[in-house]
Design a protein around this ligand. Structure first.
Ligand code: ADP
Length: 615
């Protein structure tokens, strides 16, 4: 910065010096012109004085001197004018400048001859007698020589003065030229050279930096490789974790199935009032345990990036009715008003993932009921936007419960976090519900919003867009009958393909209650044999079994040519809630999918649905 300024100063100086030199040169030219004019006039003055002498001579000898006298007057006028012009450096005669003291001295010396010549010659311009003229002429001629030598000295002095001035100017000009050269050289050395040096240094630093960068790049690429390896390891770890969780939940679900199945049977089996109470508590705990397992599984699926969403037609009204039905008992137990306010012009068939929608709504409504001691819990569904192809709905879940303090409102969406540390003791829960809900909504492009005030209540809301389906599917429309003494209509024998003894026991009990005949196969291979030799109205097929699994078995059955094997209802019974298993089951040709532990009512309804199909 400083150097830049110096550089400009230098340039400024060089320009000034150049301009000054230019001025000197112009002055030099002007002076030269002026001086030569002065020398010229002085020369002419000499010549005029000679002309005066000559005319005076001619007048003296002429018979008729009138013309000569007139001419002499003109010459004298000019002579006089030029004389004083030179003396005073008359500007009108373009004689600028000043006479030097030497010149003035010389003028002083010719003053007498000049005045003598002038006054005597003037007298000769008027008529006189010849003796007078002769006298006058003598004076003129006598002064001519001193005047001429005086004028010569003046001309010489003029030339000398001019030469001196010009030499001085030449000196100045040369000095300026030298100064410019010096300035430029100094600039070259003092500024340009260091700048150049700096540039070279900079280039050297850049080259060095470049080398360092190349080294760093290599290091980064090495680190990248390491990162890649670490990423792969992490992915494998995540996959292993998700696999482990999936297997674990499968392992837990299988015995849970037996526990819950037996509990349902015991409750149905006219227990004593005190026993019924204990059984209800056990069932409640078992259901809670199942929710926790499902949450952990869902969470691990989201973390592993394995969560997928179905795009199937469903009836929103039926989903909502189902939710209402399942939560109403809990709400009523706490004397809460539980209300659904659904806009009535929502199309009946929407396309999307009904299970995930139910999960989100159930979670938010469950929380609403859980954290509200008095008042109401409300689910509101409004239309935000609608086109011929799709509809955007806003779901709002409002409660009048304990509310969430502002500083906790972000935290509760984190995994394993609860607004109040005492929550687990009072209400249970893992702190995963909202984290899952938020992620499930985010994955469908929706954002969950929360407004809450402590002791006033909470309001969760989100907006989802659904494509509008073709027709309303009445999947959920068949309401279950009371199970007690329920009998499945015109249903033939059922084949249960299952290897777990407890599950078999639960199913045997249930079927005997519903008066349904059943056969048993312990694996797929056995099942194929039995299906060939019997006419079953329905097959309940476990998926994971020794010898031959449920998928392969179903594929083989469906590959048999007879139409009855294409139409035979095969329902998957699986302990895995993973979507990929479900999709695979449908892909190999199964008709439906029930997750263990199954709720007896759900199993009953599913079988009932297929029982009415004419074989
Ligand atoms: P949990 O399994 O503990 O219910 P969630 O993720 O569903 O886990 O909820 C996290 C926490 O957020 C809850 O423990 C509770 O403190 C708070 N919370 C959630 N919903 C509500 C609500 N409607 N009213 C008050 N607090 C709530």
């Amino acid at each position: 910065m400083k150097q830049q300024r110096q550089y400009f100063y230098f340039i400024g100086l060089v320009i000034l010096a150049t301009l000054f030199t230019q001025g000197v040169i112009h002055y030099y030219i002007w002076l030269k012109k002026n001086d030569s004019r002065v020398v010229n006039v002085a020369g002419r003055q000499r010549m005029l004085s000679q002309k005066v002498a000559k005319l005076s001579l001619q007048i003296n000898t002429a018979k008729d001197p009138i013309d000569l006298q007139n001419e002499l007057t003109v010459v004298l006028n000019e002579w006089e004018e030029k004389h004083w012009g030179l003396f005073y450096r008359n500007k009108e005669l373009k004689l600028s400048g000043k006479n030097s003291p030497e010149i003035l001295n010389l003028f002083e010396q010719i003053k007498a001859p000049y005045t003598n010549i002038l006054s005597n010659a003037r007298q000769m311009t008027t008529p006189r007698d010849s003796s007078q003229l002769t006298k006058l002429l003598e004076v003129v001629l006598a002064n001519e020589a001193p005047f001429l030598s005086g004028m010569n000295a003046i001309v010489n002095q003029y030339e000398k003065d001019s030469d001196e001035k010009i030499i001085r100017l030449q000196w100045i000009a040369s000095f300026m030229g030298l100064l410019i050269v010096l300035l430029v050289t100094a600039e070259l050395f003092l500024l340009i050279q260091p700048m150049f040096k700096k540039l070279l240094e900079r280039e050297a630093t850049l080259t060095q930096k470049n080398e360092e960068l190349t080294q760093q790049k290599e290091l980064i690429s090495l680190q990248n490789q390491n990162l890649q390896i670490a990423k792969e390891k992490a992915e494998t770890a995540a996959y292993t974790k998700s696999r482990f969780l999936s297997n674990m939940s499968h392992e837990i679900r299988t015995p849970m199935n037996a526990i819950m199945g037996m509990l349902h049977l015991l409750i149905e089996d006219k227990p004593r009032v005190d026993q019924k109470d204990h059984l209800d508590t056990m069932l409640f705990s078992a259901e809670n345990l199942l929710v926790i397992i499902d949450d952990i599984l869902d969470f691990s699926k989201i973390e592993a990036g394995k969560m997928t969403f179905e795009k199937r037609a469903f009836s929103l009204t039926e989903v909502i009715q189902q939710i209402h039905k399942s939560l109403l008992p809990k709400a009523s137990q706490k004397n809460l008003v539980f209300q659904i306010d659904q806009a009535n012009n929502i199309p009946d068939s929407l396309i999307g993932d009904q299970t995930r929608l139910s999960q989100v709504l159930l979670n938010l409504l469950n929380n609403g009921i859980k954290f509200t001691e008095a008042g109401s819990v409300l689910l509101q569904i409004k239309i935000l936007d609608r086109t011929a192809q799709e509809i955007k709905l806003r779901f709002t879940i409002k409660d009048t419960g304990i509310g969430i303090p502002p500083e906790k409102q972000e935290l509760i969406f984190e995994s394993f976090s609860q607004a109040d540390d005492g929550t687990t003791r009072v209400h249970g829960g893992t702190g995963l519900g909202l984290a899952i809900t938020k992620r499930l909504l985010e994955m469908q492009g929706a954002e969950i919003q929360l407004k809450s005030q402590v002791n006033q209540g909470s309001q969760f809301s989100f907006a989802l867009t659904f494509p509008i389906g073709q027709q309303a599917k009445g999947q959920l429309s068949k309401q279950g009958k009371a199970l007690k003494n329920a009998v499945l209509p015109k249903l033939g024998k059922i084949l249960v393909v299952e290897d777990n003894l407890f599950n078999i026991k639960v199913l045997e009990k249930m079927f005997s209650l519903w008066k349904v005949e059943m056969d048993l196969a312990e694996n797929g291979a056995q099942a194929l044999e039995q299906i060939k030799n019997n006419d079953y109205s329905l097959v309940l097929m476990d998926l994971q079994m020794p010898v031959m699994d449920g998928y392969r078995t179903t594929e083989i059955i469906r590959s048999w040519p007879a139409v009855k094997y294409q139409q035979l209802p095969i329902i998957a019974l699986s302990a895995s809630a993973m979507e990929e298993f479900r999709q695979r089951a449908f892909a190999v040709g199964m008709n439906d999918y029930i997750t263990k532990p199954f709720i007896p009512k759900e199993l009953f309804q599913t079988i009932e649905r297929y029982a009415s199909v004419d074989l």
